[in-house]
Design a protein around this ligand. Structure first.
Ligand SMILES: [Cu+2]
Length: 112
C-alpha cells in the first residue's frame, strides 16, 4: 500500500515537472524570437545538403556575438536558394540548444 502511494506520487511529480519544463522551453523560444534583430553579413559558402551556410557577419545583438565568420544551420533549406557566395545579406539568427540557426535571410540589393 505504501509503495503504491509512493509510486503514484512520483508519477504525479514527473508529469508536473515535465509540464513545467515544457512551458519554460516555449517561453524562452518566444523571447529569443521577439528580440531577434536584423544583422548585416556576406555569404561565404552555401551547403545545401548539410543545410548550412557560412556567413561573415557583423555584430549579432540578440545573440551577444561580435563580428566573425561562422557556420549557421538554416531553419529551412529552401532559404539557401535565394543566396549565393559573395552576396551581401541581411539575416536573423537564433540559438536552439547549442546550435546557431538562421531564421530569415534576404540578399541586399546592390546599387548599380
Ligand atoms: Cu558568429
Amino acid at each position: 500500500m505504501k509503495r503504491t502511494l509512493g509510486t503514484v506520487l512520483l508519477l504525479a511529480f514527473s508529469v508536473a515537472f515535465a509540464a513545467l519544463a515544457d512551458d519554460a522551453r516555449h517561453k524562452s523560444t518566444k523571447v529569443a524570437q521577439a528580440v531577434a534583430s536584423p544583422t548585416e553579413g556576406e555569404v561565404r559558402r552555401v551547403d545545401r545538403e548539410g543545410k548550412k551556410i557560412t556567413i561573415r557577419h557583423g555584430p549579432i545583438r540578440n545573440l551577444d556575438m561580435p563580428p566573425m565568420t561562422m557556420v549557421f544551420q538554416v531553419a529551412d533549406p529552401a532559404m539557401l536558394d535565394a543566396v549565393k557566395p559573395g552576396d551581401k545579406v541581411t539575416f536573423e539568427a537564433d540559438k536552439v540548444g547549442t546550435v546557431y540557426r538562421v531564421t530569415r535571410i534576404v540578399p541586399v540589393q546592390s546599387p548599380r
